[in-house]
Write a protein that binds this ligand. Structure first.
Ligand code: FAD
Length: 286
C-alpha cells in the first residue's frame, strides 16, 4: 500500500522506524522484532539504510518482513556514493519484494569527503531517478530546525522545494521535542509553496545519554520542560523509560489533534516503546 494514500485518507495513524542489523547473523532477531511490532498495528513501518549500503541486504530483508506482516513498508535509501547501476539493482530488489514506498535520502557525507564528483549529489536527484524507474511512492526527509549543513532555515526550505518538485510526495521530519517548532515550520513550508503531507518524527527518549549524543549530531534543541524530565529521571532507567514514553505520547496527541494524519516514532527497535505509545492512544488511533 502506498503511504501517500494513507496520508490522504481520514484515519489518523502512528507509524514507526526500525533499523536493520549490521550483520546477517543478527537478522533472525531483527525479523522477530518486526513481527512483534507489526502486532501493535502501526500505520506503516520504515526501515533505515546503513551509511554506504553496507547492510543493504539486511535492510531489504527487514522491509520485506514488514510487507509480509501486512503493514505498509517503506525502505530508506541513500544515494551518496551510489551510481545508476547500484540504484537500479536496489530498486529491482524492492519491487521483487512488493515494497512500493522509498524514502529518498542523500545520506551523511563521510568525514573529509565532498559532493563535488558524486553522481548523485542531493536526495532530489535520487527522487527523480526513483520516479522515472518505476511505480514507487517516494518520501523525503526534512528538518524543522534546519539541516546542519544548510545556510539557514529559509535556505533549507528553498532546497526542500527542489526535492518536492523532483517527485517527493510526502515528507518525514527529523525529530523535535517542541511541537511549536513544528507548527512554525509548517507555516514556513506553506509560504514556500510546499503543500505535500508532512509526517512529524518523534523520538521517545528513554535514556539520558542517548539524547545528548543525538542532539549534538542533529542540532535538535531540548525545551526546558523536557530537560527537567531528563535531569530528574535520567539516572533511573525505568522512570526515564516511562517519562520518555509519556512525553512522546503527549507530543503525538497534540500533533494529531492539530491536524497531522500520522506521526512517525523513532523506536530504536524496542517494541515496548511503540507499544507503550499506542496503548496510551488506544481510543485515538484505532
Ligand atoms: P538532501 O535533501 O540532499 O539535503 C542535504 C543538504 O543539502 C541540506 O543542507 C539541503 O539544504 C542541501 N540541498 C538539498 N538539495 C539541494 C540542492 N538541489 N542544491 C543545493 N543544496 C541542496 N541517513 C542514513 O544514512 N540512513 C537512513 O536511513 C536515514 N534516514 C533518515 C530519515 C529521516 C526522516 C531523516 C530526517 C534523516 C535520515 N537520515 C538517514 C539522515 C540523512 O541522510 C542526513 O540528514 C543527510 O545529511 C541529509 O540527507 P537528505 O536526504 O536530507 O539530503
Amino acid at each position: 500500500m502506498k503511504i501517500i494514500n494513507l496520508l490522504k485518507g481520514s484515519k489518523p495513524g502512528v507509524s514507526c522506524e526500525l533499523f536493520p542489523p549490521k550483520q546477517g547473523s543478527q537478522l533472525a532477531n531483527a525479523l522477530e522484532i518486526v513481527d512483534t511490532i507489526a502486532e501493535q498495528k502501526p500505520s506503516f513501518i520504515s526501515v533505515t539504510y546503513g551509511a554506504g549500503g553496507s547492510n543493504a541486504g539486511e535492510a531489504v530483508a527487514v522491509a520485506a518482513e514488514v510487507h509480509k506482516c501486512g503493514i505498509p513498508s517503506m525502505a530508506h535509501f541513500t544515494c551518496i556514493n551510489a551510481d545508476d547501476q547500484g540504484i537500479e539493482a536496489m530498486l529491482k530488489q524492492l519491487q521483487a519484494k512488493g515494497i512500493d514506498n522509498v524514502l529518498a535520502l542523500r545520506g551523511d557525507l563521510p568525514e573529509g569527503t565532498s559532493l563535488e564528483h558524486a553522481e548523485y549529489q542531493h536526495a532530489s536527484d535520487l527522487a527523480k531517478k526513483i520516479k522515472s524507474f518505476g511505480d514507487f511512492c517516494v518520501g523525503g526527509a526534512c528538518y524543522p530546525e534546519g539541516h546542519p549543513e544548510s545556510a539557514g532555515l529559509n535556505d533549507d526550505i528553498e532546497k526542500l522545494k527542489i526535492k518536492v518538485d523532483s517527485g517527493v510526495e510526502f515528507l518525514v521530519t527529523q525529530m523535535f521535542f517542541d511541537n511549536d517548532v513544528m507548527y512554525n515550520y509548517m507555516y514556513r513550508l506553506l509560504a514556500h509553496g510546499i503543500t505535500v503531507p508532512v509526517v512529524p518524527g518523534v523520538m521517545p527518549v528513554t535514556n539520558a545519554k542517548q539524547i545528548q549524543h543525538i542532539c549534538k549530531l542533529s542540532g535538535t534543541k531540548l525545551p526546558l520542560r523536557f530537560r527537567a524530565i531528563v535531569e530528574k529521571y535520567g539516572d533511573d532507567p525505568e522512570a526515564m523509560k516511562q517519562a520518555g514514553i509519556n512525553y512522546a505520547t503527549a507530543q503525538v496527541l497534540d500533533l494529531l489533534a492539530n491536524g497531522f494524519m500520522d506521526v512517525h516514532i523513532y523506536t530504536m527497535n524496542r517494541p515496548e516503546i511503540i507499544g507503550g505509545i499506542l496503548q496510551n492512544l488506544s481510543c485515538i488511533v484505532k
